[in-house]
Design a protein around this ligand. Structure first.
Ligand SMILES: NC(=O)C1=CN([C@@H]2O[C@H](COP(=O)(O)OP(=O)(O)OC[C@H]3O[C@@H](n4cnc5c(N)ncnc54)[C@H](O)[C@@H]3O)[C@@H](O)[C@H]2O)C=CC1
Ligand SMILES: O=C(O)[C@@H]1CCC=N1
Length: 266
């Protein structure tokens, strides 16, 4: 597999970390305007760092674009002459549709829109994908890359913005929940390091229960809430203060914002 990441910033570096540790690569090209931040990758076998996007495109088959929305069109224009039908174009860019990319590179190109999250760095991304007609024929190649770096789900393009909020922004939402639990644990007497350990591994355990038992969360909650016990007391207090409601409202606010991002940035 010959892969290029075009625009190796926050998300691009997370993808690169996942790739160098979880995939057998023939070559991985990482591009960025300033390469100093990519030093940690220069010692990996088969990894090439370059500022030259055309060089990366010419030496690879799968191109993962991870630049900011406003930069995509300019980047694509500059590599247009070296872009061929052999390339699979994977865009992780928020708010840029498959039709937008077709308009920039032509309908005769294989285009996949993928929305991973930064947990891809540790092989735990939930990545949603959709494609154009040509991309559909080769989406299995994109799936095989992202399945080694977590889980994938093919969805209609109309759901892509919602998937971005739940899965990509979702990492930040879950971090806040884990941080708040950590702060609670400190208030109850644990030191900061222990408190974070308790919060992290408990949240990992909760998700693992659902993944492995394939249950609804309420079924697992019923197992924990002893009648008149401390769990239901805490849970009801959290709900009186709007826990579920504030999460849902935050998700919906994030969704409203995401629908304006392309207009603001392009
Ligand atoms: N950060 C996240 O968790 C997620 C981000 N995204 C999307 O991925 C894209 C990238 O996001 P981030 O990584 O957070 O942004 P970022 O700003 O950290 O990374 C973009 C990188 O592109 C580089 N770049 C700009 N022009 C370039 C050029 N001509 N040639 C080569 N490199 C160039 C920049 O130097 C920068 O390092 C955005 O469109 C974002 O919406 C999608 C899912 C999750
Ligand atoms: O916050 C953002 O707009 C981008 C998209 C999802 C994650 N980061």
């Amino acid at each position: 597999m010959k892969i290029a990441i075009i625009g190796t910033g926050n998300l691009g570096q997370s993808i690169a970390k996942g790739l160098v540790t979880n995939q057998e690569l023939t070559s991985l090209y990482l591009t960025k305007r300033n390469l100093t931040e990519l030093k940690e990758f220069e010692h990996y076998k088969n990894v090439v760092l370059t500022q030259d996007n055309s060089e990366a495109v010419q030496h690879t088959d799968v191109l993962i674009f991870a630049v900011q929305p406003a930069h995509l069109e300019g980047v694509l224009k500059k590599i247009q002459s070296v872009l061929t039908k052999k390339h699979i174009i994977i865009s992780t860019i928020t708010g840029v549709s498959v039709a937008d990319i077709e308009r920039m590179v032509g309908e005769d190109k294989c285009i996949v829109r993928a929305m991973p999250n930064t947990a891809i760095a540790v092989g735990k991304s939930m990545t949603c994908m959709c494609s154009n007609a040509l991309g559909k024929q080769r989406i299995d190649i994109a799936e095989s890359i992202f399945n080694k770096l977590g889980h994938t789900l093919e969805i209609p393009e109309a759901q892509m913005q919602a998937a971005t909020v739940i899965c990509a922004s979702g990492i930040a939402f879950w971090m806040r929940l884990i941080r708040a639990t950590t702060q609670g644990a400190i208030q109850l007497g644990f030191d900061a390091k222990e408190a974070q350990q308790l919060a992290m591994y408990t949240s990992e355990g909760a998700a693992s229960l659902l993944i492995q038992n394939k249950q609804h969360p309420e079924q697992e909650i019923d197992r924990v809430t002893t009648p008149k016990g401390c769990t239901i007391e805490g849970l009801n207090e959290m709900e009186h203060k709007g826990l579920s409601s504030s999460l849902i409202q935050g998700i919906v606010a994030s969704f409203h914002k995401i629908n304006t991002i392309k207009k603001e940035q392009l």
